[in-house]
Design a protein around this ligand. Structure first.
Ligand code: URA
Length: 429
């Protein structure tokens, strides 16, 4: 086999055999496939599409280019993946809540992408906490505390690491087949028994259109189950921020409040996702168990233990208010008129945070983890003139002025709001 033949066949016939997928994935990982060939392959997949068996074969082949973890633990090994959005810090609440319920969560997470924040960047707002752990440390923390949240090491799905960077510059990110193989090659390498997917739809989502979100959820669920990992997806609302904030330290604060028992959509979605995941591994009454782990403090205890094990403060559960970084300029954005919040452009809010320095415009940039937005008005809130649309945390007054303009444009006032239900539908077993 050779790359030219595989790409030529795929472009001509639209078919990719399991052997060809394995050959190409191995070539991506060992460098024998060139960048030009990888770009052409990605474009052929994007234009021709793969059938479910071909997609599963490509996913498994990419997973198998690196280490695939195996566990010997006294409970099921599970994880959650979200397609990302604004104020989506569920992982920080859910991982320890699941650990408190007796399952193990080796969570391999990502950094901010486009307008959406990343779990690893959020965690790094906790002083001292490290996410670039080697495999031995990752395994030890999962065994001892029940959960660890880390970056993919270079040994996890190296074919995806290479292909993702090439897709980013060849217009081939938006392919359901390639997104599926990319997400699942990394998740399945963690050796999971079950996986719950949170696929967002709405203005702040990676795929705003509900039908596109459904198609991605279906592809992810079919492919993960074909690979032997029990998987379901919840398609959930991202027509407004999940927690009413966006920004790294601010989302850690929102997560700590949720772990302290604060009500709201962050808690509700954590309970729904955790309940569905416990269901997949045969643990009955999952939603009640997740809620109880928050209410009795055991989820918070697990989080504090995980933070300590990953190098963070010794007692983050009691010191988080003073440990998290604070921005120098904090001020409200007043509503220009009275009205009901009828639409929130999540992508625009996310980009406002990026421009404040809380996300990346180019790969490799260092972030200001203190900046962002909080107290974001909720869809359906009735505001008087001058009531806050949101509160800005900025590095200086000029940046705060620019963010205020973006917030005023992103939050539309009118008469009647029609928010999506938080959980729109469940796909899968
Ligand atoms: N996240 C990934 O890991 N891969 C994609 O292709 C898209 C989102």
């Amino acid at each position: 086999m050779d790359a030219r033949g595989i790409i030529g066949d795929l472009a001509a016939s639209g078919h990719l055999s399991a052997d060809a997928a394995a050959w190409f994935a191995a070539g991506l990982a060992d460098g024998s496939v060139t960048d030009a060939q990888a770009g052409a392959f990605a474009m052929a997949v994007r234009l021709k599409g793969l059938d479910p068996a071909e997609r599963a074969a490509l996913t498994a082949a990419m997973r198998d280019t690196g280490h695939v973890l195996a566990w010997d633990l006294p409970g099921p090994v599970v994880d959650k993946h979200s397609t990302g959005g604004i104020g989506d810090c569920v992982s920080l609440v859910l991982a320890p809540a699941l650990a408190a319920c007796g399952v193990y969560v080796p969570m391999v997470s990502g950094r901010g992408l486009g307008h959406t924040g990343g779990t690893l960047d959020k965690l790094e707002a906790i002083p001292g906490l490290g996410v670039e752990l080697d495999e031995a440390a990752f395994r030890r923390i999962v065994e001892e505390t029940g959960a660890a949240i880390v970056a993919a090491s270079p040994e996890i799905a190296p074919a995806d690491r290479r292909l993702y960077a090439i897709r980013d510059v060849t217009g081939t990110v938006e392919s359901v087949d390639l997104i599926t193989a990319s997400i699942l090659s990394k998740k399945l390498a963690a050796g999971l028994e079950a996986l719950i997917l949170d696929v967002k739809a709405g203005s702040g989502a990676f795929l705003p259109d509900l039908d596109d979100a459904r198609a991605l959820a279906t592809s992810l669920v079919e492919t993960a189950n074909a690979a032997g990992c029990r998987t379901a997806a919840l398609v959930t609302a991202m027509d407004r921020p999940l927690a009413p904030c966006a920004g790294n330290a601010l989302e850690v604060a929102a997560s700590m409040e949720a772990l302290e028992g604060a009500p709201g959509a962050l808690r509700d979605l954590t309970v729904a996702l955790g309940g569905a995941l416990l269901d997949l591994v045969g643990i009955a009454g999952g939603e009640g168990r997740i809620a109880a782990s928050i209410d009795d403090g055991s989820a918070m205890d697990r989080f504090a233990r995980m933070v300590r094990a990953q190098g963070g403060p010794a007692d983050f559960a009691s010191t988080w208010r003073r440990d998290l970084p604070a921005a120098p300029v904090i001020r409200d954005v007043p509503a220009p008129s009275a009205g009901t919040v009828v639409a929130i452009d999540g992508r625009a809010l996310g980009m406002a945070v990026v421009h404040l320095g809380g996300g990346r415009l180019r790969g490799g940039e260092t972030l200001d983890l203190s900046v962002g937005l909080d107290r974001i008005a909720r869809l359906g809130d009735r505001l008087s003139e001058g009531d806050p649309l949101a509160r800005i945390h900025a590095p200086d007054e000029a940046a705060a002025d620019r963010a205020a303009e973006a917030v005023r444009e992103a939050i539309r006032l009118g008469e009647t709001a029609a928010p999506m239900p938080l959980v729109i539908e469940r796909i899968g077993p």
